[in-house]
Design a binder for this molecule. Structure first.
Ligand code: ACM
Length: 500
């Protein structure tokens, strides 16, 4: 009998060296966002057998992505991997091919892991990059045998549900420096976000250098909510962020919020005020009390300079001009200012985005206020969905949350995951407007460090990644919640604690 067990266990050990256990099948990797189609082929590939990445693509972005991937690989597997060495063909490789003839979305990719190696195919660089992030998750969540990670084999065919998957970071209420923003970008890229909207100005702070208006950052950037020292990005730093994000296939969208939310600018330059007197700098958290002056010529010179300088530094096609909560601006003044800003943005070949408001919205409108007048929204051509009750990451999880606000209600991890932009648009009767995608903003009135920010953002941000990417019929809360548990362990390994 004893002998039987020994023989049986030897057979088991032997088989387990070339077939995977149930929990190591490709379809059981806890991907977030969940890919659209996963087919397991039930073998495995040991990471130690892979020695190179092979590609003929000549592109700075792909080169940067591969450099990042080799660092990641070495950290995760303790094995070196080399890009495009002169190959002895018998060695196994990761191949990146750009000539895949697919008709689906530009972020479509196919990732195939087989016993001979790994192939990622797409007809765009974006698609290849999304495939690399999926491969990263395979590596992160594969278990080790004899201290070597074994990757389950199979094929993933994947594409995005929405072309716009954004996150917004408010660096105005509390300033977050370039290292914090880069850290945020790193995490966004692993979860297939493709836009980072930076809320650069508000009543409490002006956070980007404008060469023609230097007092904006000297006075307007000096403080933050609560009166602590603020800060700002120099133009060189902002450009560095734009490039850093670009290499991770994330587009930065700058926001200059006008005509309200402008106390920091008004405090910096007396001539921008209708009465010619600068208000004090503001370090509270109320909204809706400030406005640029529509009757002064200098207002338009100021706005044009700001839009021109920031547009020159920005690679992406969008410029967010705010437009929310301008409660002390008359409708007539609002239209005059916002129309002028639209024209400066368009002159710079960018498309303006507005927050929804009841007066005038841009070609792209970001819907946040579920109580809005939807007649105004209906004038926009495209919608980005950020309904506050679902996507605002600064809403408290529940009454016990350490940070956050609750004016749009509490938002549990499940609440942030279980929503469907389509259902919302049907309810609001917005069917005729194209939904570009969704965005999860985090406003920073109550958080002032990366750890505090993380408390609000993680894990809810991951739910929005899946709402943006994965088809509705594949999204199931119970299944997601199991996968999320594994991601929280990964986040902890990079020093991010998720409270819920
Ligand atoms: C906003 O929450 N005021 C856009």
């Amino acid at each position: 009998m004893k002998c039987f067990y020994i023989i049986a266990s030897l057979i088991f050990v032997n088989c387990s060296t070339n077939t995977v256990n149930y929990d190591q099948k490709l379809e059981n990797i806890p991907f977030i966002p969940l890919p659209q189609v996963i087919e397991s082929s039930n073998l495995f590939l040991s990471v130690s057998e892979l020695s190179s990445i092979q590609t003929e693509i000549k592109s700075e972005r792909i080169e940067a992505a591969l450099k990042d991937f080799t660092n990641f690989w070495e950290q995760q597997t303790s094995n070196e991997i080399v890009i495009n060495p002169n190959l002895n063909n018998s060695l196994k490789s990761i191949h990146l091919d750009l000539d895949y003839n697919s008709e689906t979305s530009k972020e479509f990719y196919q990732l195939e892991i087989n016993e001979k190696g790994i192939i990622i195919k797409s007809n765009t660089e974006e698609g290849l990059y999304r495939g690399l992030t999926t491969l990263k998750q395979v590596v992160i969540f594969s278990s080790k045998t004899n201290n070597i990670k074994r990757l389950a084999t199979g094929t993933i065919n994947d594409f995005t549900n929405y072309e716009y998957r954004g996150a917004m970071l408010d660096v105005a209420r509390h300033f977050f420096d370039i290292d914090d923003v880069k850290r945020y970008i790193d995490i966004l890229s692993l979860y297939k976000f493709n836009f980072l909207h930076l809320h650069l100005t508000d009543d409490q702070g002006w956070r980007i250098e404008i060469k023609k208006w230097p007092q904006l950052t000297v006075i307007g950037g000096a403080k933050e909510v609560g009166g602590t020292d603020g800060g700002f990005f120099t133009q060189t730093e902002y450009k560095e962020l734009v490039n850093y994000a670009h290499e991770k296939f994330i587009t930065i969208i700058p926001e200059i919020d006008v005509p309200g939310h402008t106390n920091a600018a008004l405090a910096s330059y007396a001539e921008l005020n209708c009465n010619g007197i600068s208000p004090n700098i503001y370090t509270g958290i109320e909204v809706g009390f400030s406005s640029l002056c529509a009757q002064k010529k200098v207002t338009y010179k100021f706005l044009e300079d700001v839009v021109d300088e920031i547009s020159l530094l920005t690679k992406g096609p969008y410029f967010h001009v705010g437009g929310d909560e301008s409660y002390v601006t008359s409708d007539e003044d609002f239209i005059q200012i916002i129309d002028s800003v639209f024209s400066y943005v368009q002159k710079n070949n960018k498309t303006p985005i507005t927050w929804d408001n009841n007066v005038k919205t841009g070609e792209i409108n970001q819907l946040w206020n579920e109580g809005s007048d939807f007649m105004a929204i209906k004038k926009s051509k495209k919608i980005i969905y950020s309904p506050a009750s679902k996507t605002y990451l600064d809403m408290k999880y529940d009454s016990l949350s350490k940070y956050g606000l609750s004016w749009a209600g509490y938002s549990s991890v499940r609440n942030a995951y279980e929503w469907d932009p389509k259902i919302l648009s049907t309810k609001l009767n917005l069917n005729e407007i194209e939904i570009l995608g969704i965005e999860a903003p985090v406003w920073t009135e109550t958080v002032s460090s990366f750890d505090e920010l993380s408390y609000l953002v993680f894990p809810r941000l991951l739910g929005h990644s899946e709402v943006g990417w994965t088809s509705k019929d594949l999204r199931k809360w119970e299944d997601y919640n199991q996968r999320l548990k594994k991601h929280k362990i990964h986040l902890k390994s990079i020093n991010i604690e998720s409270p819920y």
